[in-house]
Design a protein around this ligand. Structure first.
Ligand SMILES: C[S@@+](CC[C@H](N)C(=O)[O-])C[C@H]1O[C@@H](n2cnc3c(N)ncnc32)[C@H](O)[C@@H]1O
Length: 218
């Protein structure tokens, strides 16, 4: 993964990412919240969790908590992190009570309460937007916050035949997205210390390319 020349420094990029996501949510342009591909990624992750009830899941980039709500309905508990405080959160907190904790924070800045280890972590469409200089710290946090052997689901953009070149693609408001090959996704996550389990290729409803859901273990 090479960093494009146009990549700004980390604090400036974090500001741009925040502006981009605030804009998209406040203008109803968060089409991913209704993308059947992203919903499918969450369902595949849920099936891979197995039958053990009441698992505590960390949902990184929880957004409107579509996935979190499904996990709670399946009998689990969720802590959801996001850099944007979503307008849907007050109602969701009322609906799910203590089964759903919603925290406005970047994953890189957050610490769970002492000794807390999650049973599973899902990152559905968040990691591929992070500044390349933060990839290591971001993924290290995911590993450290999960119990040994925990299921980790990382759903990222994947290239398709219409544009098979992997790398960064510019999105709105200076937000960038990294598009992986199937081989690249495995090499990246193994390179950052995860144990490989499986790759699931998922059709993307909005936009080109595909989603690549990497199922990993700590
Ligand atoms: C493409 S959206 C996906 C949202 C949700 N997972 C879904 O499937 O609908 C990515 C989300 O990640 C959030 N986000 C971006 N960078 C983040 C970070 N470093 N830590 C936590 N959340 C972040 C954004 O605000 C946005 O809600």
């Amino acid at each position: 993964m090479s960093k494009p020349a146009q990549f700004m420094d980390v604090p400036s990029y974090r500001g741009a990412l925040n502006t981009s996501f605030v804009h998209r949510y406040s203008h109803g342009e968060d089409e991913w919240s209704w993308d059947i591909g992203m919903a499918k990624a969450a369902r595949v992750f849920l099936e891979s969790l197995g039958v053990t009830p009441d698992q505590h899941i960390l949902d990184v980039g929880v957004g409107r908590a579509r996935d979190a709500s499904e996990f709670i309905q399946a009998g689990h508990r969720v802590t959801g992190l996001d850099i944007v405080q979503n307008s849907s959160w007050p109602l969701l907190r009322k609906r799910w009570g203590e089964r759903l904790q919603l925290v406005c924070s970047a994953l890189q800045d957050w610490q769970p309460s002492a000794g807390k280890l999650f049973d599973a972590v899902l990152d559905n469409g968040c990691f591929h937007h992070q500044h390349p200089d933060e990839w290591e710290a971001y993924l290290a946090n995911i590993r450290q916050f999960a119990r040994p052997g925990a299921l980790i689901g990382l759903n990222v953009f994947g290239v398709d035949a219409s544009n098979p070149t992997p790398g960064w693609r510019a999105m709105d408001n200076q937000r960038q997205g990294y598009f992986f090959t199937e081989q690249g996704v495995r090499e990246t996550f193994e390179g950052f210390g995860f144990n490989w389990q499986e790759l699931v290729v998922i059709e993307r409803q909005h936009g080109d390319a595909v989603y690549l859901l990497a199922l990993l273990r700590t």
